[in-house]
Design a protein. Structure first.
Lengths: 392, 157
């Protein structure tokens, strides 16, 4: 990178089904305020603001960026909105890093939000994201797209519903240690297997909740970061990629994750991720997603090995490389904010500030973001960011 | 801090019509379905990939595919599927099978329903369906210029 960039503060709201006590501006203001107080800065220290939110139909106001701009401290400052679906927070974080790495700004606040709970029609809204010429009218929704991708994995790799249930159990247990998590309830493999079947093999407890919430991160240049905090979380690598293939085509989502991670790893000097990465915050709204990441992010070489890793508890808190110590996307999903939460959690881990869900001695963390959905006329976006306690 | 349980909520709805331009390539594809019961795709002169649904450009070679039409055999394979047994708002009445299909020698998948599958026992149907199974395209008698002018059924039946 042209200039070193670090996270110097993070702020999150609790994730809930519905925040009736705050309007949209008040919700994002809460996250921005929390990040400022974490960094011990005031809004006058912020040079520019990046705002992220995904489909505005969730908020029911077109371009909610103008609704929220003053509440995230953009008054008299450069401001932009980023939207790459579920990857929004990851893309927004990268835009914030670009601002500083370019030399144009020294301290930038990135705030991302969604409130899915203001409409009872979240699934209907997600049914409106498809190409209206070639893909509309086939009752596609995100649960069916994941069920379809899973149908391939089950036939070709030996994936079972138990594998997915084990991931869900892990994330739910982890969420118990995260005060911000939306779903905080221990579940067993049996509970997951017996949970309500949505679109088989996807069951209720294989899926994330719909959450209201916001997250904010303050990034700073090296000179400023060292003055702001004794423990900056350095951004040592980042990457992104875009795909337009559907499950079963070559160059599918696994390749997409691989490409995003490859760029981030190259920048971070990571060639053996399994040894060099201590903790991962994947973008996993469904239990199946984490299993795919084991291979695509380079933690193993084949889908079969990924399944053995699930059986060994590779990604559990006591496993080799903990995945989703926060409880992950599976337990909190304020869509536009979700990928930014991954970055915030990664920063908290490498600075030792993750509280009850701290991975001991975590020094290098990987945060993923994924957005869009695979269908004809649609794209999928993926972001990766590597954070470290040491600058590079 | 205790929160008031009676905080106000202001109701609102969006109710907006659109007409989506299908473009030259989209129009020709749909007209061929409707008027000639033919499955047409575009083929990239650069990479040789056959795109279905057809596009007016190749996203890899970044060249125009306008005029680069090929006709596909109305048969193919099931590439991924889901059997839907619960209702989703404003979507088809369950049960139904939605899937990705490779038609003719297309390099890409289309999204469609798989009809003609006995879904009286969804678990049994799920065991019967498999990735790679042959399917065929059946054009409807009455066609109205939509992707649903044809449907897809297992070829083994």
């Amino acid at each position: 990178m042209a200039r070193r960039v670090a996270v110097v503060g993070t702020g999150q709201t609790p994730y809930k089904t519905r925040r009736r006590d705050v309007s949209v501006p008040e919700l994002v203001h809460e996250a921005a305020g929390a990040a400022l107080s974490d960094a011990q800065l005031t809004i006058r220290d912020i040079d520019a603001v990046v705002f992220g939110t995904a489909p505005e139909a969730f908020e029911g106001v077109n371009s909610p960026d103008k609704w929220a701009a003053d509440a995230v401290g953009a008054l008299n400052k450069p401001f932009m909105r980023i939207h790459t679906g579920g990857a929004t927070g990851g893309s927004a974080a990268q835009a914030g890093v670009h601002h500083i790495a370019s030399g144009l700004f020294d301290v930038v606040m990135v705030v991302a939000m969604q409130r899915v709970g203001q409409t009872p029609e979240a699934q209907r809204i997600l049914g409106l994201i498809w190409d209206p010429i070639f893909a509309a009218g086939f009752s596609l929704n995100l649960i069916t797209t994941v069920a379809m991708a899973t149908s391939i994995n089950m036939q070709k790799t030996g994936l079972t519903e138990e594998h997915m249930a084990r991931i869900s159990m892990k994330d739910h247990l982890n969420a118990l240690n995260n005060p911000y998590a939306h779903v905080r309830k221990a579940v067993t493999v049996e509970d997951v297997l017996k949970s309500f079947p949505l679109v088989k093999p996807i069951k209720l407890l294989d899926c994330c909740p719909s959450s209201d919430g916001a997250c904010a991160i303050i990034f700073a240049s090296e000179t400023r970061a060292r003055k702001i905090t004794p423990k900056p979380a350095w951004v040592i690598g980042m990457g992104g990629s875009t795909s337009v293939t559907t499950p079963g085509e070559e160059n599918d989502e696994a390749t997409l994750g691989r490409l995003a991670a490859k760029n981030a790893y190259r920048m971070a000097g990571i060639d053996r991720p399994r040894r060099q990465i201590d903790v991962v915050e994947p973008y996993d709204p469904f239990s199946i997603t984490e299993i795919g990441y084991y291979e695509s992010l380079g933690f193993c070489d084949s889908p079969a090995e990924a399944l053995r890793m699930v059986e060994r508890g590779f990604g559990e808190m006591t496993g080799e490389v903990p995945f989703s110590p926060s409880g992950g996307v599976l337990c909190s999903n304020p869509i536009g904010a979700t990928a930014l939460v991954r970055v915030a959690e990664a920063a908290m881990q490498v600075t030792g500030n993750a509280g009850a869900h701290q991975v001991p001695d975590a020094k290098v963390a990987l945060a993923m973001g994924a957005g869009g959905s695979p269908a004809p006329g649609s794209a999928t976006f993926m972001t990766a960011m590597v954070l470290s306690s040491q600058s590079r | 801090m205790a929160q008031r349980a009676d905080l106000l909520e202001i109701p609102g709805t969006w109710d907006l019509p659109w007409t989506y331009a299908a473009g030259e390539v989209g129009s020709r594809y749909i007209e061929e379905l409707r008027d000639n019961a033919r499955m047409m795709a575009t083929k990239c002169p650069g990479c040789g990939r056959v795109l279905l649904p057809p596009k007016s450009f190749c996203e890899r070679c970044f060249v125009s595919l306008k005029g680069h039409w090929v006709e596909l055999e109305p048969s193919g394979t099931l590439e991924a599927f889901a059997i839907v047994t619960i209702p989703f708002p404003e979507q088809r009445e369950p049960p139904y099978v939605v899937g990705y299909f490779k038609i003719g020698n297309a390099s890409t998948n289309i999204l469609h329903f798989l009809e003609g599958v006995d879904l009286s026992d969804p678990d049994k149907a799920r065991e019967k369906l498999h990735i790679g199974m042959p399917v065929k395209v059946i054009f409807k008698e009455k066609r109205e210029g939509r992707m649903t002018d044809f449907y897809i059924v297992p070829a083994e039946e």
